[in-house]
Design a protein around this ligand. Structure first.
Ligand code: PLP
Length: 372
């Protein structure tokens, strides 16, 4: 990604928003935050948005507000950023890690079904790489077992499932505004959106010292707020987000076309509309290919090289009824994230794919020679 390219494209708007906020000296709460919350809720097609400190707190506060804690289990996919499971542990509950779908790498809903026990209270589908999880199957499982659904939408601002924006597909959705996310702040930030007014009220209470008025504290809460400067910056960027999402999809289809028959591209579920946070392919000898690409000036990522159930912090939490998490293991060894950001030009996409194809050829020729 190239964060500075994005700043250059909207510099005057951003500079004005920052100057205005400083002029008003409203750093915590205030007009900029209230405005952003209204606009972001509207963008997600829901009534309520609560700005919080970061995407991890957004999950943790939502689980707390839903009454999830010690003795409860929450189903999470193996292929995600650690924060998904971390937030579950933070509220005292147990993350139950399940395998992912071979094509999309989103949660495998059959595995999730097998993982439900009498203690399961919620499922945390992650909309990985910007693509919604199978929210039909999530809704079926949740209604069958009376589970809460908290969408981890940290990578999926504006993604849609059957025409409905993520955020309106469960009890609540949580977002991260980490700088590299599709909607990124200039620091940490996060948000919870929901159609449930009472849930929004409880999250707001917990995130602001459990306070009902300046001096009254209804519950022991904490401090996790989205500050005024970040809200002002995010409100500017939000105006561009739909167009940035469209450009990301355009880049993804260029990649898909140019790499057809060369590498396997992570699958798209036709019921969803991805916002292509990442563009992920599978390659043999991934680490070699990465090094070669880097030597030729192309940086890539891996999301993620170590699935949750292989992390020292979470390896104890594999689902007891489905111990085999082999899809995530297989994927972790060969997935590669190609450059993806809206400012990437058509020429850059061509250069990346040409170089990538060269590198793959070179690596496979070498492999052929070695084995003969
Ligand atoms: C980035 C991310 C988070 C955490 O967000 P922070 O703002 O960094 O706390 C949670 N879940 C997923 C899937 C993420 O990608």
């Amino acid at each position: 990604m190239d964060l500075h390219a994005q700043y250059r494209s909207i510099r005057s708007e951003i500079d004005r928003a920052i100057a205005d906020t400083i002029e008003r000296s409203s750093y915590i709460g205030g007009e900029a935050l209230a405005h952003f919350e209204v606009e972001f809720a509207r963008f997600c097609g829901v009534e309520h948005a609560v700005g919080v400190g970061n995407g991890t707190d957004a999950i943790e506060l939502t689980l707390s507000a839903l009454g999830i804690g010690a003795g409860h289990e929450v189903i999470v996919p193996a292929m995600t950023f650690a924060a998904t499971a971390e937030a579950v542990v933070s509220v005292g509950a147990t993350p139950v890690i399940v395998d992912v779908d071979r094509s999309t790498l989103n949660v495998d809903m059959e595995a999730a079904g097998r993982a439900v026990t009498a203690r399961t209270r919620a499922i945390l589908p992650v909309h990985l790489y910007g693509q919604p999880a199978d929210m039909d199957a999530v809704a079926d499982l949740a209604s069958h077992h009376g589970l809460h659904v908290v969408e981890d939408a940290a990578q999926a601002h504006g993604a849609e499932w059957r025409g409905t924006r993520v955020g309106g597909l469960g009890n609540a959705a949580t977002f991260s505004f980490y700088p590299g996310k599709n909607l990124g702040a200039y620091g940490d930030g996060g948000c919870v959106v929901t159609t449930d007014g009472e849930l929004a009220r409880r999250i707001r209470l917990l995130a602001n010292h459990g306070r009902t008025t300046k001096y009254e504290h209804e519950v022991a809460g904490r401090n996790s707020r989205l500050d005024g400067l970040q809200a002002a910056i995010l409100a500017v960027k939000l105006r561009h987000l739909e167009a940035w999402g469209a450009r990301r999809r355009e880049i993804a289809s260029m990649y898909t076309e140019r790499l057809a028959g060369v590498v396997e591209v992570a699958g798209q579920d036709p019921r969803g509309r991805s916002v292509q946070h990442l563009f992920v392919v599978r390659v043999p000898e991934r680490d070699r290919v990465r090094r070669e690409l880097s030597a030729r000036g192309i940086s890539t990522g891996v999301h993620y090289p170590i699935p949750l159930h292989r992390q020292p912090a979470y390896e104890a939490f594999g689902a007891p009824n489905s111990p085999e998490i082999w899809v995530a293991d297989e994927a972790a060894a060969c997935i590669l994230s190609l450059p993806m950001f809206p400012e990437l030009s058509d020429e850059a996409v061509e250069r990346v794919t040409d170089t990538f194809i060269d590198v793959l050829d070179a690596v496979s020729v070498e492999r052929g020679e070695l084995s003969s």
